[in-house]
Design a protein around this ligand. Structure first.
Ligand code: HEM
Length: 698
C-alpha cells in the first residue's frame, strides 16, 4: 500500500495522508534504507524508456559478476525466481502482497525461507536501478527483470505494465506473516504446512507450497490439494497453474550443493544473511557451492532456453525419490516411459523434479494440461505468456493504473475488469442533484437509504490491490447484490430509477455516488448544526456484469476489533477516517432489514439528520451483548431497550486507537462533519484512477 494515485482532484479532500495507514506497526522489525525512500513520480515513470531498460537487462543477463556468478553464464533463472517470489505473495482474499511496493526488500518478506539468496539478485540489479533513478521503481525493475529474462531465453511474453509504487518499508506485508499481525488477521489454524485462506501460502515463509511435499513428505499426490488451493487463492486456475510451474521450471536450477545450509538469514545476520556454507576457498557458498532451497539440479537439459522439455521429461521417464546432496527429498529419472522428445538418456543424471512437480502427474486436470503442453508448444506459449502477465500484474488493479505504451503495454486483460469509456458529454450533474434533492423530500428515510447505497457501493475499494469501488456500479449484479450486507439495496436502486431514465448519459455509478453525496449534505443541513462541503466529480461508467468481484465479499475475521482495524487498513483509511464514517446516518428500518433489532438512533437525529449524535450515544451508554431474533450478534443499551449497536460499533469504543477519535467527535460536531466530509470524499473517489472526465464536478 502506498501513496494514493486516484486522480480525482477531491480524492483526498480534508483527509489525512491516504498512504499506508499502518506505518506505526512494529517499526523496529522493519528495515528502512535510504535507497527505498525514493518518491513515486508518475510523469517520470510514464516517460521511462522501457526498451532501453530491457536492452540493459538483456546485456546484464549474460554479463557475469564476480560477486555472484551466474549458473551457465545466465542470470535468467535467478531473475525469474526474483520476480515470481515478489509477485507471488499476492492473495486475493484481501489484495495484500504482490510486487507493487517491492516489499520483498524489507522484513518480513525478505527473511522468508523462499527468498533465500534473493538479496544477491537485487544487489545485481542496483546499477540498473541507479541508472534510471526514480523513473524505474524497484517493483517495476524486478518485474521487468523477470519478464526480460523470459524473453531473452526465447519464451513469448505478453508485455509489461509499469507503474508500481515502491513502499518505504515492509509494514504492508506484516499481515502476510509470520508476525503477530498475521496471526491476528490471518491465522494458520490447521497448522503450518496446511495453512488455508486467508493466507495465500500453505506454509509460512514459502510462496505457495512445500516443494518437498506436504509436511516434507515426498508423496506427490498429497501435494495436489495444496497446489490447487494456494494457486487458487491467488486467482489462478488449473491451466494457468500448470503452465506457470512447468513454464517457470523450463528455466534455471535448484541449489543445494551440500547439507550445511545457506546461513543464518536476515534476522540473525542482517548485513550478510546468507553467506553460504558449502565448499571452501574463494568459491565457498557461491557458484557450484550455492545453497538456496537445498534441492540440487535443473528440470531440463537446456535451462537457459525456452522449451517444453519440462513436460516431456515429466511424462517421459519413471522417476524415483532420493535424497539429493542438500539432504532433501527430490526425484531422479530412471527408465524411459517411451514418450518422444524427453531428455537424452545420457543426460539423465543432470535432471531432477521436486515432489511439487511430480504432483502434476497425480491429478486428472493437471495431467491433462501436462500432456497438452508436452505436445503443443504453441498452447504452452499462449498459456504461459498470459499467466505470467497476470501473475506479475494482478496486484496492480485496473488497467488505468498501467503506465507505458503499446506494443510493450498489452491491451486490457480479463482480470483487469476494464470499464467502458465515459460518454463524450456527461449529464448535467447540478440538474441530477436537484432531482435527487426532490426525492429526499418525499421520504425522510431516503437520506439514509441513499448514503447507505453509495457507501456499500464504494466501500469494496481495497488500497491493497486497487480492486473494488463504485466505478462500474457492479453492486447492481451478482454476486454483490446477493451479499447479505447489501440486502434491500435493490429497492433503493428502484427509487433512483426515474432519475437514471431521465438522463441518458448518466451512469448508475455516478448516480449512486451523487445521490449518496447529496443525501449526506442535505442531512447535515437538516440537522442545523453545521454543513458538509462535498464535491462530486462525474465520469464513472457502468460495467456490463459483476464478474470478477467475488473476491470483494466482506471478509470474516476472528472478532469485531480485528475486523474494524483491518477493514480500515485494507480500504486505506486511517482510524480517524474510519471512525468518522461509522458516524454516518443510519436508519432503524434498514438495520432491521439486515436482521438487527434496531439502531442506535431512536429519533430523527441519526436516521435522517447528520450530526455527531452517534458518538454521544456510543460513549454514554453501557452496551450489553445480545442476539437479535434472527440470530445476529448485537449490543443493546443497558436501561434503554430501544437502542442497539453492531459489534463493529462497540469495537470502536473498546479499541484505544479508535475510541479517542470517537471522543473527539462526540465533543465537537463541526470537527466531526469536517472529518466525515474528508473521509466520504476519499472513499467515493478512491477508485478514480482515470480521473473525472473533462473535470466535470458539481
Ligand atoms: C526454482 C519450487 C513454482 C520459477 C525453484 C526452486 C524451488 C522451487 C525449490 C529452487 C530454488 C533454488 O534452490 O535456487 C517451486 C514450487 C512451485 C514453483 C514448489 C509451485 C508449486 C514456480 C513458478 C515459477 C517458478 C510458478 C515461475 C513462473 C522458478 C525458476 C527457478 C525456480 C525460474 C530457478 C531459479 C534459479 O535458476 O536460480 N522453484 N517453484 N517456480 N523456480 Fe520454482
Amino acid at each position: 500500500m502506498h501513496a494514493a494515485v486516484a486522480k480525482c482532484p477531491y480524492a483526498t479532500a480534508g483527509a489525512a495522508s491516504p498512504g499506508n495507514p499502518h506505518r506505526h506497526l512494529s517499526r523496529s522489525l522493519l528495515q528502512v534504507s535510504a535507497a527505498s525512500l525514493a518518491k513515486f513520480d508518475q510523469s517520470k515513470v510514464a516517460s521511462l524508456d522501457v526498451n532501453a531498460v530491457k536492452a540493459d537487462l538483456k546485456k546484464f543477463m549474460v554479463t557475469e559478476q564476480a560477486s555472484w556468478p551466474a549458473d551457465l553464464g545466465h542470470y535468467g533463472g535467478l531473475m525469474i525466481r526474483l520476480a515470481w517470489h515478489c509477485a507471488g505473495s499476492y492473495r486475493s482474499w484481501d489484495g495484500r502482497g504482490g510486487c507493487d511496493g517491492a516489499r520483498q526488500r524489507f522484513l518480513p518478506e525478505m527473511a522468508w525461507d523462499d527468498n533465500t539468496n534473493l538479496d544477491k539478485a537485487r544487489k545485481l540489479l542496483v546499477p540498473i536501478k541507479e541508472k534510471y533513478g526514480d523513473a524505474l521503481t524497484w517493483g517495476d525493475l524486478i518485474v521487468l527483470a523477470g519478464t526480460t529474462a523470459i524473453e531473452s531465453m526465447g519464451a513469448p511474453v505478453l508485455g509489461f505494465c509499469a507503474g508500481r509504487i515502491d513502499d518505504v518499508d515492509g509494514t504492508a506485508s506484516l499481515e502476510l506473516g509470520p508476525t503477530p499481525e498475521q496471526q491476528a488477521v490471518a491465522p494458520c489454524t490447521r497448522g503450518d504446512g496446511m495453512c488455508e485462506q486467508p493466507l495465500g501460502q500453505t506454509t509460512m515463509g514459502l510462496i505457495y507450497v512445500n516443494p518437498e511435499g506436504l509436511m516434507g513428505n515426498p508423496v506427490p499426490k498429497n501435494s495436489v490439494a495444496g497446489i490447487r488451493s494456494s494457486f487458487g487463492r491467488m486467482g489462478m486456475n488449473d491451466s494457468e497453474t500448470v503452465a506457470l510451474i512447468g513454464g517457470g521450471h523450463a528455466f534455471g536450477k535448484t541449489h543445494g550443493a551440500c547439507p550445511t545450509g545457506a546461513g543464518p538469514g536476515p534476522l540473525k545476520s542482517p548485513s550478510n544473511p546468507w553467506p553460504g556454507t558449502c565448499g571452501s576457498g574463494p568459491m565457498k557458498g557461491r557458484g557450484p557451492n550455492t545453497f538456496t532451497s537445498g534441492f540440487e539440479g535443473s528440470w531440463t537439459t537446456r535451462p537457459t532456453e525456452w522449451t517444453n522439455q519440462y513436460f516431456r521429461n515429466l511424462l517421459g521417464f519413471e522417476w524415483v525419490k532420493h535424497k539429493g546432496p542438500g539432504g532433501h527429498w527430490q526425484w531422479k529419472p530412471t527408465s524411459r516411459k517411451g514418450a518422444s522428445g524427453a531428455a537424452a538418456t545420457a543426460d539423465l543424471p543432470n535432471i531432477m523434479m521436486l515432489t511439487a512437480d511430480m504432483a502434476l502427474l497425480e491429478d486428472p486436470e493437471y495431467l491433462k494440461y501436462t500432456k497438452i503442453f508436452s505436445q503443443d508448444l504453441e498452447a504452452l506459449n499462449t498459456a504461459f505468456s498470459h499467466a505470467w502477465y497476470k501473475l506479475m500484474t494482478r496486484d496492480m488493479g485496473p488497467y488505468s493504473r498501467c503506465l507505458g505504451k503499446a506494443p510493450m503495454l498489452p491491451p486490457p486483460q480479463p482480470f483487469q475488469l476494464q470499464l467502458p469509456a465515459p460518454p463524450a458529454k456527461l449529464a448535467d450533474f447540478n440538474a441530477v442533484k436537484a432531482d435527487v434533492a426532490g426525492l429526499l423530500k418525499t421520504d425522510t428515510e431516503n437520506a439514509a437509504k441513499f448514503t447507505r447505497l453509495a457507501w456499500q457501493c464504494a466501500n469494496t475499494f481495497r488500497a491493497t490491490d486497487y480492486a473494488g469501488g463504485c466505478n462500474g456500479a457492479r453492486i447492481r449484479f451478482s454476486p454483490q447484490k446477493d451479499w447479505p450486507s447489501n440486502k434491500g439495496l435493490d429497492q433503493v436502486l428502484k427509487l433512483l430509477e426515474p432519475v437514471k431514465k431521465k438522463y441518458p448519459s448518466l451512469s448508475w455509478a455516478d448516480l449512486i455516488v451523487l445521490a449518496g453525496t447529496t443525501a449526506l449534505q442535505q442531512a447535515a443541513a437538516d440537522a442545523g448544526s453545521g454543513s458538509v462541503d462535498l464535491k462530486f466529480c462525474g465520469g464513472r461508467t457502468d460495467a456490463a456484469d459483476g464478474k470478477g468481484t467475488d473476491v470483494l465479499e466482506p471478509r470474516s475475521y476472528v472478532n469485531a476489533s480485528v475486523a474494524l482495524a483491518d477493514n480500515a487498513k485494507v480500504m486505506g483509511l486511517t482510524p480517524r477516517e474510519a471512525v468518522a464514517l461509522a458516524g454516518m446516518l443510519r436508519s432503524t428500518a434498514q438495520q432491521q432489514s439486515l436482521g438487527y433489532s434496531g439502531s442506535w438512533a431512536s429519533s430523527a437525529a441519526g436516521q435522517s439528520r447528520q450530526d455527531n449524535s452517534y458518538f454521544k450515544v456510543l460513549l454514554n451508554n453501557i452496551w450489553e451483548p445480545s442476539k437479535s431474533a434472527s440470530g445476529k450478534d448485537e449490543f443493546k443499551a443497558k436501561g434503554n431497550a430501544k437502542l442497539f449497536m453492531m459489534p463493529s460499533d462497540v469495537a470502536i469504543k473498546r479499541s484505544p486507537a479508535f475510541a479517542a477519535h470517537a471522543g473527539e467527535y462526540a465533543k465537537d460536531n463541526a470537527k466531526f462533519l469536517q472529518a466525515l466530509a474528508g473521509a466520504w470524499t476519499k472513499v467515493m473517489n478512491a477508485d478514480r484512477f482515470d480521473g473525472p472526465a473533462g473535470n466535470v464536478c458539481a
